[in-house]
Write a protein that binds this ligand. Structure first.
Ligand SMILES: *Cc1c(COP(=O)(O)O)cnc(C)c1O
Length: 346
């Protein structure tokens, strides 16, 4: 059987040949003793590229967000985020489990918060409400459809939060996608954000790993929480070697994935039964509605799998496609043809 075209997520990307070679050749040491030169280099470069003081390698994005929330907050506080945010919906309530915080979720159209809405939800210390400890933003926004913060909107949230003594953490799992779409450097985007988590393992292609960057004192604290969570790894330079290539080389090609996402969106938005605003595709994620077809999202995806294309249901009638380098333009063109073929059978 021919290999599946896997558009479920950019997490499915496999390490490049160059990454595998670098992994084999990596100079390593015990990272719990801070003696792994490749990890040290990755942490320094990540901080430098993000314009922050320090970086921490973590095995997963969830661990990066978990630590990011913990270092800013105390038990019994609220974390303001949008209602469809990853930290609230896809992290097994880690902010409650580890940091002892509850989410104050703000419903949005596209996953993006604005200062007026955030400000209205900030609670001061008092006899009834839990005080706000942190503002969290997700950029690009996954469930919002790969949406990207307008820079002024993000800066205004940060300025406002800081004026009230509150920190801002960014879930930048796909921050480099946001940067490619906004045609801005990542450091420019995150200049006013206190801490940032970003994934090396998604569109950047590393097999494992995410980074948490921010002020030195907070990252030092975060390193201890990483150990508590079981994330103190030893010869992790094997992973950092791939991570360095992900960080240095892979961002430059993300626009290809975005072009493929736009191509798919433009073509399938004209098909009967599919609802999608192709003009809204900003990055490598597209979410479309199949309510006009005879199938639910799950049935749609099952049928597409039979045609050799994988995508995931994202609601009763919503389907998500994520483009990435392991599904190049030719594969995306085949995926479009398969969707067209399948709809003709309806
Ligand atoms: C993937 C993702 C994460 C982290 O996920 P891991 O699988 O733990 O690496 C965090 N936030 C968003 C928005 C994501 O898409």
């Amino acid at each position: 059987m021919a290999e599946m075209i896997d558009l479920r997520s950019d997490t499915v990307t496999r390490p490049t040949a160059e990454m595998r070679e670098a992994m084999a050749a990596a100079i390593v040491g015990d990272d719990v003793y801070r003696e792994d030169p490749t990890i040290n280099r990755l942490e320094e470069r990540a901080a430098e590229i993000m314009g922050k003081e320090a970086g921490l390698f973590v095995p997963t994005g969830v661990m990066g967000n978990t630590i990011g929330i913990k270092i800013h907050t105390e038990h019994g506080q609220e974390v303001i985020c949008d209602s469809r945010g990853h930290i609230l919906n896809y992290e097994l309530s880690m902010m409650a489990w580890f940091a002892g915080c509850v989410a104050r979720a703000i419903p949005t159209q596209d996953g993006l918060l604005d200062w007026a809405r955030v400000k209205a939800e900030i609670r001061p210390l008092g006899p009834h409400a839990a005080p706000t400890g942190l503002i969290e933003v997700e950029n690009s926004h996954n469930v919002g459809g790969g949406t990207v913060y307008p820079q002024s909107q993000l800066d205004e949230i940060c300025d406002g939060a800081h004026s009230m003594g509150l920190p801002v953490h960014m879930d930048g799992a796909r921050l480099f996608n946001a940067a490619a779409a906004a045609k801005r450097g990542v450091a420019e985007i995150t200049a006013k954000v206190d801490t940032v988590m970003f994934c090396l393992s998604k569109g950047l292609g590393a097999p494992v790993g995410s980074m948490l960057v921010g002020p030195q004192a907070l990252i030092d604290k975060g390193r201890l929480y990483r150990k508590r969570l079981g994330g103190g790894m030893r010869q992790a330079g094997i992973l950092a070697a791939a991570g360095l290539i992900a960080l240095e080389k892979m961002p430059a090609r993300l626009e290809e994935d975005h072009a493929n996402a736009r191509m798919i969106a433009n073509r399938i938005s004209t098909l009967p039964g599919i609802t999608l605003d192709a003009s809204k595709i900003a990055t490598n994620i597209l979410i479309f509605d199949v309510a006009g077809t005879p199938w639910s999202a799950a049935e749609f995806c099952e049928r597409m799998a039979v045609h050799g294309v994988l995508m995931i249901p994202f609601g009763p009638t919503l389907v998500r496609i994520v483009t990435h380098y392991d599904a190049p333009k030719a594969a995306c063109e085949i995926a479009i043809e398969k969707i067209e073929e399948m709809l003709k059978q309806s």
